[in-house]
Design a protein around this ligand. Structure first.
Ligand SMILES: [Zn+2]
Length: 87
């Protein structure tokens, strides 16, 4: 994630902002009665076939089995979309 490339001070600042955002978001969700769940989603497994992704140039991840490709930061979002759309 983004924290890897940040210095210690900036990483702390970033995490404080992130925590504040999560608190705001969960307060809103609770207020409106919207159910939510915290989940750590994989960024190294293919969201289409489950095979381990290979790192390509830059931050692009590629699946050698099904050809799925996406930015490393976007892979967990693909997993979230898959979970939401699963019956
Ligand atoms: Zn795949």
């Amino acid at each position: 994630m983004l924290e890897e490339s940040l210095s210690n001070g900036f990483a702390k600042l970033y995490l404080t902002g992130l925590r504040r955002f999560v608190k705001l978001l969960t307060n809103q969700l609770t207020w409106y009665g919207i159910p939510y769940e915290f989940k750590r989603l994989p960024s190294t497994a293919c969201p289409q076939c489950g095979h381990e992704l290979e790192r390509s140039l830059g931050r692009v991840m590629i699946c050698p089995i099904c050809g799925f490709r996406a930015d490393r930061d976007l892979v967990p979002i693909q997993w979230a979309m898959k979970i939401i759309h699963a019956p």
